[in-house]
Design a protein around this ligand. Structure first.
Ligand code: GLN
Length: 270
């Protein structure tokens, strides 16, 4: 079997299974195993792939056919220009979260300490630490499994951050920060049952924001003031229809100024 034939066969199988980018995923899976560029493989009609490699490829292909996200199979997602290790213990970092991180980098030019709540893969806090040398960055998550992934990414990428395990602010009792940032779970519980097949394989606890999706925002709005230094700021990613609701929660909790930023798809975030 040549790379081109294998990619063609796999593309047809992926397409029949309803996988969104069948040709792309086929080529990337093979690129992952061979270390060769995906484009070259798609054109390669000469090389004969050996049995051992085919066996490994078929095992990954079967998982992808079960709609395991490609990123979990490749153990990789790029975020803010860095390669993050990911597996099914953490949410796969999303491009819109890069925008949130960029806002945080700008805010940190004149601040020193930051807390990344619900850190998951660690993508926000680690990117912040790498972009703002000298900043004191703390990352917290309820899940010890997620923290293990954050630790691994921090080590691999050479970021100095402090990790905390616990339920939101319980993880950082008595500590105050200049900036608190979070991309918390915000999908209403009911909607978690009808997500894209790949998203359903991401950790439920990273997605489920309670009955109306606002559980974490309510708690963050209530508890953040006790963990902020004077002139502190909170940056939150929100779902596509949640910006006004979250702004209202923050104002009720005493935040004087709230500001909604649009993401690249024109979706308001805070
Ligand atoms: N902070 C991580 C991210 O943005 C994880 C978020 C989460 O688990 N809800 O990707």
């Amino acid at each position: 079997m040549t790379p081109q034939a294998l990619i063609r066969e796999t593309t047809a199988l992926f397409q029949a299974a309803g996988i969104p980018d069948p040709a792309w995923d086929s080529a990337l899976l093979l690129a992952h195993l061979t270390g060769k560029p995906a484009l070259n493989l798609r054109l390669d009609m000469d090389t004969q792939l050996d049995e051992a490699l085919l066996t490994r490829f078929y095992a990954l292909r079967d998982q992808r056919l079960q709609r395991v996200p490609l990123q979990y199979l490749l153990h990789q997602q790029s975020f803010m220009g860095h390669d993050f290790y990911v597996d099914s213990r953490v949410l796969i970092p999303r491009p819109e979260t890069e925008l949130l991180t960029e806002l945080a980098i700008a805010e940190m030019q004149h601040r020193r300490t930051a807390l990344d709540l619900c850190c998951g893969s660690g993508c926000i806090g680690i990117s912040l630490a790498l972009a703002v040398p000298g900043a004191d960055i703390h990352s917290a998550d309820l899940s010890p499994d997620a923290l293990a992934v954050t630790r691994r990414n921090a080590e691999t990428l050479g970021a100095q951050i402090t990790l905390h395990q616990g339920d939101l602010f319980a993880a950082v009792e008595g500590l105050r920060f200049d900036l608190i940032i979070s991309n918390p779970p915000y999908i209403p519980t009911e909607d978690c049952r009808s997500l894209q097949a790949e998203v359903m394989q991401e950790p439920g606890m990273a997605l489920d924001g309670g009955a109306d999706g606002y559980d974490f925002y309510r708690r963050i709005a209530q508890e953040a003031p006790a963990h902020l230094n004077a002139n502190g700021v909170v940056l939150l990613e929100v779902g596509f229809d949640q910006a006004e609701g979250v702004a209202a929660l923050l104002r009720q909790a005493g935040f004087q100024e709230t500001c909604i930023h649009q993401d690249l798809q024109g979706i308001p975030h805070m």
